[in-house]
Every structure is written in C-alpha cells, then in structure tokens.
Design a binder for this molecule. Structure first.
Ligand SMILES: Cc1ncc(COP(=O)(O)O)c(C=O)c1O
Length: 390
C-alpha cells in the first residue's frame, strides 16, 4: 500500500467525500479517536489516570517542541489559541505609550485583542497593515514599525487568503526597532515545515483542530528562551508556580507529599509559567496522537513536493477556468481562495455532491492537506464548472 492510501485509510470521515476544508477543521485520524476512546473508557472503568496525564502532557510538550524546532522549555499548553493570546499579551510588560502593529490578514482574535488593549489605554495605538487584496506589503510594515512599536502581531499564514508572510524579514525589521514579533501559526504547523528559530519569531501560537488534525480544547504556546526569563505572568495558578506537580513527577517525587508554596511562589524557569490550571487531558492526548500521525507520514516534509503542488495546480486550474484568485499566486499556502458571486449556495451544492470547501464573504476557500490528491482537485474543478453553468 502507498503512504497515501495508508494515511487515507486512517481517516474515516473522508471515506465518502472529497474533503478540502482543512482550514476549518481537519479530519480525525483513527489512532487519535482510538486513544481518546481508550482514555475515556479507562476513566469510566478504573478512575482518573492522573499520573498518566502528567506524563502525557510532558511527552506532548517534548514532541511538539521538536516539531517546531524549539526546546521543550520554550513551550506551554493552553486551552485554545485565543486564550494563549490572552495569557501572553496580558503578561508582556508593554509600554503604555507604545504602538502595536497587526496585519489585516490576521484571524479576528489578535485584532480584537489589540484593539481592546488600545481602548483600555494599555497601548497608545494599534496600527493595521492593510489588506492589498489577499496579501500585505512588506513596505507597509516598514512604514508602520518604529522605535515605539512594542509588538508586531502577524499570522504566519492568512486564514482567508493563505498568504505566507515573510516572518524572517519581519522579525529582522521588528528586532532592529526593539520590538517583539508574535505570530499565530495555526494555518502552518502540521502542513508546512515550521522552524520558529529560523523564522526568528519571539512568540508563537498553534491550535489543534485544523492542520494538526485533532480535537478542540488544546493549543500550544512558544516563547523564545531569549525573552522568556523577562516575562512575568500577570496572573498565576497552581500549575504555573515553581515546584509544581509536573516538576515533582519529573524528579520522581510524589506530587502531593509536600505543600505547595503558593504564598511565596517563584516562577518556574521554563514556559510552564504560563500554564495556569489542569489541561483537558482528552484534547491533549488527542493532540499527542495526531502529532505522531503527522510525524509518521511526514506531513510537513511532503509540503514541497506534494501538498503545495496540489495547491498550485488548483490555483492554475482556477485561473485557466476564468476564476479570480483572492490568494496571492506566488505566496499562498495550501489555502487557495477565489472570488465568487454566490459562495454560500455554491459551497452547499458542492457539499451535496460530496465535496467540502468553505464559503466566506465573497469567497470560496479550498484547503487541501497532505492526504489530498490531484484527482480530487480535478473533480472539484469539474463540479464547480458544472454548478456555475446552471
Ligand atoms: C488563525 C486562527 N487563529 C485562531 C483561531 C481561533 O482559535 P481558538 O478557537 O483556539 O481560539 C482560528 C480559528 O479559525 C484561526 O483561524
């Protein structure tokens, strides 16, 4: 069996359809659902697998850190990307007279949060790098970022257009002015090779339920060791203090033998200082299992010669058939989006024919992953033309 057939065989939810909607949610691999079922069955039958839970979270952090080219001390868990933003942005020591630069391509979370900070006087100004029609211009960032910029928040891959930002160029720019680069990498990690060190980002977030093919309720934070020591979490919890149950378990000690020093707590030296409370074990067990799945099939490694080629083929076929791309032809990820007069109706008709894409205002977004094929793209184009002829 080829790697492709083998991988697809593990994805029950795509058996009877052409699934091209990974930018919304990824299909759940069978080994992931098996692991979650086993966990829940164990919980029902025998009780809480507490120590297994601690080990699982530590194992996941190690696996995830390797996946993005970081060290395990630089990653922390969070219940979702939006919560990850909240934990980090509330903890950074941001000058009230500074400005924050955000991309208009970002998912609404970071824009809303930056604007809320501005409204409360936590920063002086939010500057937006404007949408140029599916992409942003680096020269706009050059105009917006100055010595008063505390943060630049730019999603690595745009959720609507799939535009891949040049994070390395941005980090050089931001660092030359003394600011930090924060990036939401939800649409990159899992499908593209990502190395946070090479990209030069200071802080990055990833969610679980799209390209990482897992459940809701799990997200990962990366904070570079270059700045980690300077960040004091704004609020603390029983798991973000030094000498937590995780650390005790790691040292081979009983987790509850000594009292916790919450009155005179110290911060742990690693990124666990941002982990406030008990993580959802089902969600993180699922995430660890889906990472194993993606590593087994080397999904990010297939980006250059398989996944990206499918997306390029799709973009070219759309253009050849008279559709207008919203995605940037040269700098888009597998997310390939085109303009359409009737996106909702068309997506619904495609779904009736067993093809799932997503409709957004004035746009249809197609988002293949490593397990999709050129044949599926051909079928999509064929059906799309038929529907548009009606
Ligand atoms: C880029 C990006 N960031 C964040 C989110 C939301 O993440 P969460 O639901 O974990 O807060 C989404 C959801 O679509 C997204 O596309």
């Amino acid at each position: 069996m080829s790697w492709l057939d083998e991988a697809r065989d593990c994805l029950p939810s795509i058996r009877n359809k052409i699934y091209l909607n990974n930018a919304s949610t990824g299909p759940l691999p069978q080994p992931v659902s098996n692991a979650v079922k086993n966990l829940v069955d164990y919980r029902a039958e025998y009780g809480d697998p507490w120590e297994y839970a601690l080990d699982k979270i530590m194992e996941l952090k190690e696996r995830y850190s390797r996946f993005i080219g970081a060290s395990k001390d630089e990653v922390a868990y969070a219940p979702g990307v939006t919560y990850a933003f909240l934990v980090i942005l509330s903890s950074l020591d941001i000058d009230k007279d500074s400005n924050i630069v955000v991309s208009q391509h970002n998912f609404p979370t970071s824009l809303a949060m930056a604007k809320a900070m501005e409204r409360r006087g936590l920063v002086k100004e939010v500057r937006v790098a404007r949408d140029r029609g599916g992409y942003t211009e680096y020269s706009d960032y050059e105009k917006l970022v100055d010595e008063n910029t505390s943060l630049v928040i730019v999603d690595y891959v745009g959720w609507l257009s799939g535009y891949i930002e040049d994070l390395k160029a941005l980090s050089d720019l931001v660092h030359s002015k003394g600011g930090l680069l924060v990036s939401d990498m939800f649409h990159a990690v899992g499908v593209m090779p990502v190395n946070v060190k090479r990209l030069g980002v200071d802080i990055a977030f990833t969610g679980s339920y799209k390209w990482l093919m897992s459940l809701y309720g799990a997200a990962m934070i990366y904070v570079s060791s270059d700045i980690l020591g300077d960040i004091e979490p704004r609020y603390m919890g029983w798991l973000s203090i030094d000498d937590s149950v995780f650390q005790r378990r790691q040292r081979g000690e009983d987790e509850f033998q000594r009292p916790f020093n919450a009155l005179n707590y110290r911060y742990p030296s690693d990124a666990s200082r941002f982990e406030l409370g008990t993580p959802a074990l089902t969600a993180f067990t699922a995430l660890d299992e889906s990472l194993k799945f993606l590593i087994k099939y080397d999904a990010p490694g297939k980006y250059g010669y398989h996944t990206k080629r499918i997306a390029d083929y799709l973009a070219e076929a759309l253009i050849d058939n008279g559709y207008q791309l919203y995605s940037h032809i040269e700098r888009h990820s597998p997310i390939t989006t085109f303009r359409h007069k009737n996106p909702q109706e068309t997506a619904r008709k495609l779904l009736e024919e067993g093809i799932e894409v997503s409709a957004r205002p004035g746009l249809i977004r197609v988002s293949p992953h490593f397990y999709n094929t050129k044949d599926e793209i051909e079928e999509l184009i064929h059906r799309l033309k038929e529907i548009d002829k009606q």
